[in-house]
Design a protein. Structure first.
Lengths: 286, 244
């Protein structure tokens, strides 16, 4: 390509190219009428900026892009796989699932032999934890671990309180809808009433009642017999007290079965009354 | 502050006027030399170092493109000069092993390589041709002045995109096929856009946007500019490209 120099100034020259383009180029000592083979043709400044970036070697750009991509992938994988909380599910099989911040299960282990059997062959990685608990409950039913009247205990632990409460509520709500009225779903530490009544001995239930601590109303453990003393003269407020999961104030109790209160010599009216009733009970039994 | 206002006002006046911008380059030559010396790490020699010419062109470009609302002129000019010098150095690095005919052969008699291979003699022989070319270019500039168009204006108006260039070539072909269009141009001193649109099938907007460029092309194809037309033989030889 040749260029015909049409005009020369101090800082520029106007040249005409063979293909009919009029260009303003740096004047490198040209004179009007010269025919030159090469001119320094600069793009406009905005285009030049883009081209300067394009001058970075393609290999360097590729490595930079690959490094950025790797960084994003590694960071994303770290965020994905780091547990945000733990969901424990106890039917009889016990399983523990680590959950990430996106409510996805990143690991699932059986805490006992039944739990390991329950999750054997079950793929949970990446699934929503609500779906996993639902599917595990279904598997437990199919495998005979969860029968009518059974219970499912859910316990969510996390440093993030709001997330923990919300997830726990959602899991319990969904499982409750799924199992219907045949089974019971509850959060750990809030066992249903009938279960607690089966597990707790009657003595504890009586002593958990706040009313039992009143000296004016001596409380006596129900000895189980049907004598008139228990039914007529001894009011047992604990029998009508609601059984709740709220922890009772610590009360010293006589757990042994010897029929005697071990601290019978103290000045506590309640214990003294117990002693009296125990004596009488012994007489009755005799 | 006063100096800054003064230069900003001068830049505003010189903007869009290549000649005034060139005058500003002449006035600010010490500044341009200083910026070039910073880049070259030595004082540039006028007439020998291409870097100084590039820096002057960059300053001229900075004057023509400066937007006063985006900051002071001098920092803008400094940046443009540096960018252009970087671009120039990178391009020259690609041709580092190219030998110029104007270089001396290394002996003491200062004969250039061109002298030795006879290129200089050929240039002397072409001196007459160059003088004729210069006269024709002067006539061409005078003819364009009748249309109130300068070479700088034509360079400003010249299409950058190949597709637009093809459209303008199509308009030129149309004018050459219909000499009455060229006659009308000479008589009225106005570009016959309607006729070119009708007969050439080119877009009116393209013709209006590149009006001065088209005038220059058409004037070059009127009588009396054989050397310039001869230079544009590549343009005449190019087949018409169909627009996508």
């Amino acid at each position: 390509m040749t260029y015909l120099v049409l005009e020369c100034a101090l800082s520029y020259a106007v040249v005409l190219s063979e293909d009919g383009r009029y260009l303003r180029v740096p004047n490198l000592g040209y004179r009007a009428g010269d025919t030159i083979d090469h001119v320094h043709e600069f793009p406009e400044e905005a285009q030049a900026k883009r081209r300067r970036f394009a001058l970075v070697p393609a290999a360097v750009r590729a490595v930079a892009v690959a490094a950025c991509l790797c960084g994003v992938l590694i960071g994303g994988a770290a965020v994905w796989s780091s547990p945000f909380g733990t969901v424990r599910m106890r039917i009889n099989p016990e399983v523990t699932a680590d959950v990430n911040r996106f409510d996805r299960v990143v690991s699932l282990v059986g805490d006992n032999a039944d739990g390991q059997e329950l999750i054997e062959g079950y793929w949970s990685y990446g699934k929503d934890v609500r779906n996993v608990t639902s599917e595990l409950a279904e598997r437990a039913e199919d495998m005979g671990f969860l029968e009518d009247g059974g219970t499912i205990e859910i316990d969510v632990t996390s440093e993030h309180r709001e997330w923990r409460i919300a997830l726990e509520d959602q899991i319990i709500d969904e499982l409750t809808i799924q199992v219907g009225s045949s089974d019971t779903v509850y959060r750990r530490g809030a066992a249903p009433e009938e279960d607690r009544s089966e597990e707790d001995p009657p003595e504890e239930r009586v002593e958990q009642s706040p009313a039992a601590a009143q000296p004016a109303q001596p409380s006596a453990p129900d000895d189980g017999d049907a004598d008139e003393w228990d039914e007529i003269e001894v009011p047992v407020p604990a029998a009508s007290a609601p059984t709740t999961a709220t922890p009772a104030p610590p009360v010293e109790s006589d757990d042994d079965d010897d029929g005697w209160d071990d601290d019978a010599g103290d000045d506590d009216g309640d214990d003294d009354a117990d002693d009296d009733w125990d004596d009488d009970d012994e007489g009755d039994d005799d | 502050m006063g100096i800054r206002r003064d230069i900003d006002a001068r830049v505003r006046r010189a903007r869009r006027d290549a000649r005034k911008a060139d005058d500003l380059v002449r006035d600010y030559l010490p500044f341009i030399k200083a910026e070039t010396a910073k880049f070259m790490h030595r004082p540039p020699q006028e007439g020998r170092d291409d870097e100084l010419s590039i820096a002057m062109f960059a300053f001229h470009e900075a004057v023509m493109t400066h937007d006063g609302s985006r900051g002071a002129f001098i920092p803008h000019a400094t940046r443009v000069i540096r960018n252009r010098l970087v671009d120039f150095t990178r391009r020259e690095a690609r041709h580092a092993h190219t030998v110029s005919l104007d270089q001396t052969d290394g002996n003491d008699d200062e004969r250039t390589i061109g002298d030795q291979i006879g290129a200089h003699d050929a240039a002397v022989e072409n001196h007459g041709t160059r003088e004729a070319t210069r006269q024709e270019i002067a006539s061409y500039a005078k003819a364009l002045a009748a249309y109130d168009v300068s070479f700088s204006d034509v360079a400003e108006s010249c299409p950058k995109q190949e597709r637009t260039l093809a459209t303008c070539r199509k308009a030129l072909s149309c004018a050459r096929e219909h000499p009455e269009i060229l006659e009308r141009l000479e008589q009225t001193k106005k570009l016959p856009i309607a006729a070119l649109v009708k007969r050439g099938g080119v877009e009116r907007k393209t013709l209006e946007r590149h009006r001065r460029y088209l005038i220059a092309l058409l004037v070059a194809h009127t009588n009396g500019f054989e050397i310039i037309r001869g230079h544009l033989r590549a343009l005449s030889a190019q087949p018409e490209r169909r627009e996508p």
